[in-house]
Design a protein around this ligand. Sequence first.
Ligand code: SAH
Length: 250
Amino acid sequence: MISFVGAGPGDVDLITVKGRRFLEEADVIIYAGSLVDARHMECAKEGAEIYNSATMHLDEVLDVMKKSHEAGKNLVRLHTGDPSLYGAIQEQMDALDQWGIDYEVIPGVSSFSAAASILKREFTLPGVSQTVILTRRAGRTPVPEGESIDKLAAHGASMAIFLSAGQLEDLVEDLKKGYSDDTPMAVVYKATWADEIVVRSTLKDIVKDMEGRDIYKHAQILVGDFLDTDYEKSKLYDKHFSTEYRKGTK
Ligand code: SAH
């Protein structure tokens, strides 16, 4: 059986219980070594074959999968965070579909959730924003027209930006087309890793506040009033508000 497993953002205890069990039972593990902590391999069983996909191209990964399947082995493909986000798993799943090889996907804790947990903020504050935009700025890999940061910024929604710490200045210029200068902004580098760094700032000061920190990758950039603002209390826990589970006073 082949399983794509989300390893979580860093801290090895943030993998799901099911993901950990699959890792422990795997005969073959292919992990994304550039972003997945190698300590996850400590729970592999003795004799498990371990591959680091950082040095492999797609065909090599698929070849290991196909051979493992033919040999009746359990294989775990370990991706960082949640595999459905910037994980390049679709092309792997499509190849397996084509070969008629069955597989399972076990979700994971994405780095955008991890970053919010570190900052102790809620993305969806009532009256502030009820929408979270997960995106990245066009870099070496383009993004479709219509999804440029300045267009997305026009919504004023809560935003989590992946893969863009290396272009902070340009990113800020794009964001300024939609958000006001004093909009709160935070950078969380290596969320939940031992060497995590958190920088809280605003749109107008973030470039200055990041100077000299050498953070060009492995960071979440969060933008929006949700990071620091007044908001309406939720209706869900309002004592006057009836829900399916609780009768309120109104
Ligand atoms: N599937 C992953 C994202 C992979 S793309 C997920 O769900 O998180 C890699 C990008 O994710 C990095 O450039 C960075 O923007 C972000 N990222 C991954 N792990 C991170 C972490 N621990 N802290 C901050 N950002 C992280």
